[in-house]
Design a protein around this ligand. Structure first.
Ligand code: ADP
Ligand code: MG
Length: 315
């Protein structure tokens, strides 16, 4: 009877938009008591938009945006997409990111001397897992990262832009040219309309939700409060998400992880159950045990309810 019930459960799952890697996934789903949720793209829409671009003294704001966008064009992250879209809207020329005008910082002149022929291309792009991106434009390393990973010191004016953004639940990123801060770009996102109700239902089912995010604690708490989550683990790198899950497991919890990003893949693989948003990246979908086609948190409720029901008919 067991295989038959699991087959039926698998078919029912497909109707609900829940794709299982294998029928046995339903067994691990039933034991889950804790649900760790990634923030960006999972609890929130992940459709971020730029709200502020603030340049450091001596840096041209259009140059800042153009360089940041050029480097971000190599990123799939919602932050990167928002910055690229904003620069296109503002008319910044991403394909020719370096104008030379308005840039008076001595370290830029030094870099130019070393490399007089400007490539006007991004070279050696790197994705700094869960922290940001970097690449070289005209021989100058441009990085766009979370404030805690910035290579330079923020002055008081830029620090207050960062603090105010975090306080209102937005996400500030810091642009550095070499090891000096060139400016701050603030992006903001909105909670999915269904997240709060789905999380309330998970709690009603006896599950404990935990918000697990690489974003800053201010933005994380702001989102957590909007959707009724009390437990927040913020400012973690992808390995930190794995560690946080291991810590919950060491406490005797059986942990499901819900995520969408490249930065969630290791956590999805290490959780007792990995639920990937169908709207997310292929890497996350590969790493998960099941895929939620709709990318809506109600599908998490459906998946757990389905496994409880399927296994109740067996026992
Ligand atoms: P979440 O866990 O909420 O999905 P991530 O782990 O994807 O967040 O990102 C964590 C943080 O790393 C972001 O809040 C941002 O500060 C920084 N970051 C990630 N990707 C990028 C990027 N492409 N550009 C700039 N910053 C980024
Ligand atoms: Mg995410």
């Amino acid at each position: 009877a067991t295989p038959t019930a699991l087959m039926v459960g698998t078919g029912r799952g497909a109707q609900l938009g829940i794709l299982l890697k294998g029928p046995e996934v339903l067994e691990s789903t039933r034991r889950v008591d804790t649900v760790a949720l990634d923030k960006t793209g999972t609890v929130t829409t992940g459709e971020m938009a730029v709200t502020d671009v603030v340049a450091a003294d001596g840096v041209d704001v259009d140059d800042l945006l153009a360089r940041a966008a050029a480097v971000e064009s190599g990123s799939e992250h919602p932050i990167g997409r928002a910055i690229v879209a904003h620069s296109a809207l503002s008319g910044a020329d991403v394909s020719l990111p370096f104008s030379g005008d308005g840039v008076t910082l001595p370290f830029l002149e030094r870099a130019d001397e070393r490399r007089p022929e400007r490539s006007r291309r991004v070279e050696r792009f790197t994705n700094l897992a869960g922290a940001g991106v970097a690449g070289y434009i005209d021989g100058i390393r441009v990085s766009v990262t979370r404030p805690s990973d910035a290579l330079g010191e923020l002055d008081a004016r830029l620090q207050s832009v960062v603090d105010e953004a975090a306080a209102r639940g937005a996400t500030p990123v810091v642009v550095c040219y070499l090891d000096a801060v060139a400016g701050v770009i603030v992006v903001a996102d909105t909670v999915k309309p269904t997240s709060a109700a789905a999380i309330a239902e998970l709690k009603r089912m006896g599950l404990r939700p935990v918000l697990l995010t690489g974003d800053n604690a201010g933005a994380a708490r702001h989102v957590a409060a909007q959707v009724g989550i009390d437990d927040v683990i913020a400012d973690v790198r992808p390995e930190g998400k794995v560690d946080a899950i291991a810590a919950l497991q060491a406490d005797g919890r059986v942990v499901a992880m819900v995520g969408d990003g490249v930065n969630d893949a290791a956590a999805l693989a290490s959780a007792d159950l990995g639920l990937a948003m169908g709207t997310g990246t292929d890497v996350a979908i590969e790493a998960g045990d099941l895929t939620l086609v709709s990318g809506d948190l109600w599908a998490v409720v459906d998946a757990i309810a389905l496994s409880r029901k399927t296994l109740a008919t067996i026992k």
